[in-house]
Design a protein around this ligand. Structure first.
Ligand code: NAD
Length: 477
């Protein structure tokens, strides 16, 4: 078994100050695949001190030099793609093809988009013709705590680390304890790229001890967090005493509005998108709202689509979905499926238990519930598993009302061949992102949510700005 107990602090791999071993379990096999250490408060203090000491020089380094280092890192990152994909598959169970193309692919893609955005960024610019002597200056926020989840680990780590580095911030990354190994490979690439000591630090750890010490640390200026709404609220409170900037990317319960005039692939596409990564995506289209005139046909298509989605060992190549991340998540999903049945939703595909013939691994059957009412638990809670709820609607106004009737506001989806209607509906949806007719947002578009899905935006120029202070200087000559 892989043993990787060190943390990356001040440009070197160091031994933790206390033995707090943590086993990483491969969800396809239920066997441990690695052991790492969990940082205690002393380790957190050491990592924050390194980031603090490195900050003045890094902040003063010209942006072109910071960008050049990221460019170097980008080449090394690409060369480690296969190693990263294998680690992700073992740690969190994404099928290897998905790990290669999407999991690692997204991280590399964001890095490329950041490099493009950074080259055009105006670090100092005049306010405008009406105030020619007022200059707007962008400065790094300072020492950042970056806390990430396990579901799209390279994606989330890249969104934070690369943006912070370009902005001139120094940082301590704490990846999820479920998926620490890919983050350590990422750290090896940062090391090879030659960032100055202390600019980037990595500690592994849990939320209760490590995360808590990091997000309450007086020398941390900003926390950038991606994870559950539950943990986001705790972190906000913890960071409040020292008035840190807190960026939150949290949960979702996306609606996918399928109008009667949608293209004939819309329902199938929605099911496949929902099941991708075994439903473990914050922006999963987990509530399919279907116009009544095509509802019965849509339910039939969705059930048939779910039944032919293969579930299989993540280490094997080919098109299938893998397990969910761990036993606790498997149990939670089973509980929610049972709740759906108990509350009167109609189960049309999948259901309780593992798929036939699978006795090991945290595998869940691709599951579809029809006749769901938006008040049911399965329509309100983020399930984070391959479970789709289908809700009928009468007209455009009702579809918008149901879509917005949630505490979340991350991504919604619209399917119609009427362009004017698509745009009209998109503008009324309370979410940070809307995708229409299977068209994804462009690379470098802002990513983030409204309401309890969080605040701030990641990716592209918005992602860099998130790590910057804006200073206004009057009397510039
Ligand atoms: P989680 O909140 O349990 O953990 C996320 C990270 O926070 C981990 O590193 C964990 O160790 C840490 N953490 C937990 N409690 C903490 C605390 N009290 N203080 C400091 N750190 C703490 O979430 P998860 O299960 O890893 O990820 C799934 C969740 O993440 C889902 O809700 C999903 O929607 C959300 N997510 C959101 C986005 C987005 O961009 N909006 C992207 C991916 C995942």
């Amino acid at each position: 078994m892989l043993e990787k107990r060190e943390f990356y602090i001040n440009g070197e791999w160091v031994t933790p100050s206390e033995a707090r071993d943590h086993q990483v379990i491969d969800p396809s096999t239920e066997e441990p695949c690695a052991v790492v250490s969990l940082a205690n408060e002393a380790d957190v203090n050491k990592a924050v001190a390194a980031a603090k000491a490195a900050w003045p020089d890094w902040a003063a380094t010209p942006p072109e030099e910071r960008i050049a280092l990221v460019e170097k890192f980008y080449q090394i990152y690409k060369s480690k793609a296969e190693e990263l994909a294998q680690a992700i598959t073992s740690e969190m169970g994404a099928p290897i093809d998905l790990s290669r193309a999407a999991q690692v692919g997204a991280g590399i893609g964001h890095t490329k988009a950041f490099l493009a955005a950074a080259k055009d960024f105006q670090w100092i610019k005049p306010l405008g013709d009406h105030a020619p002597d007022t200059m707007i200056v962008h400065e790094p926020v300072g020492v950042c705590a970056l806390i990430t989840p396990w579901n799209w680990p390279m994606n989330q780590i890249s969104l934070k680390v690369i943006a912070a580095a370009i902005a001139g911030c120094t940082m301590v990354l704490k990846p999820s304890e479920e998926s620490p190994i890919n983050a350590m490979i990422f750290a090896e690439a940062m090391d090879e790229a030659g960032f100055p000591k202390g600019v980037f630090n990595l500690i592994n750890g849990d939320g209760a001890v490590t995360g808590n010490a990091l997000t309450g640390h007086p020398d941390v200026d900003m926390v950038s967090f991606t994870g559950s709404t539950r943990a986001g609220a705790i972190i906000s409170k913890n960071a409040a005493d020292s008035v840190k900037r807190v960026h939150l990317e949290l949960g979702g319960k996306g609606a996918n509005i399928v109008f009667a005039d949608a293209d004939d692939k819309a329902v199938k596409r929605g099911v496949i998108q929902m099941m991708n990564n075994s439903g473990q995506s914050c922006n999963a289209p987990s509530r399919m709202l279907v116009e009544k005139s095509i509802y019965d046909e849509a339910v039939e298509t969705a059930a048939k689509t779910a039944e032919i989605i293969a579930v299989g060992d993540s280490h094997e190549e080919g098109r299938h979905i893998g397990p969910v991340v761990n036993e606790a998540q498997w149990n939670k999903i089973q509980g929610l499926i049972q709740k759906g049945i108990d509350e009167g939703a109609r189960l049309v595909a999948g259901g309780l238990g593992r798929p036939d013939g699978m006795n090991r691994g945290y595998y869940v059957k691709p599951t579809i519930f029809a006749d769901v009412n938006n008040d049911m638990t399965i329509a309100r809670e983020e399930i984070f598993g391959p479970v789709l709820t289908m809700i009928p609607f009468e007209n455009e106004a009702e579809a918008i009302e149901i879509a917005n009737d949630t505490v979340y506001g991350l991504t919604n989806y619209v399917q119609t061949q009427d362009g004017a209607k698509a745009n009209r509906v998109a503008l009324k949806l309370r979410s940070g992102m809307v995708e229409m007719n299977g068209n994804p947002r462009g690379a470098g578009a802002p990513f983030g949510g409204m309401k309890q899905s969080g605040n701030g935006r990641e990716a592209g120029v918005w992602g860099i700005e998130d790590f910057l202070e804006v200073k206004a200087i009057g009397g510039w000559s």
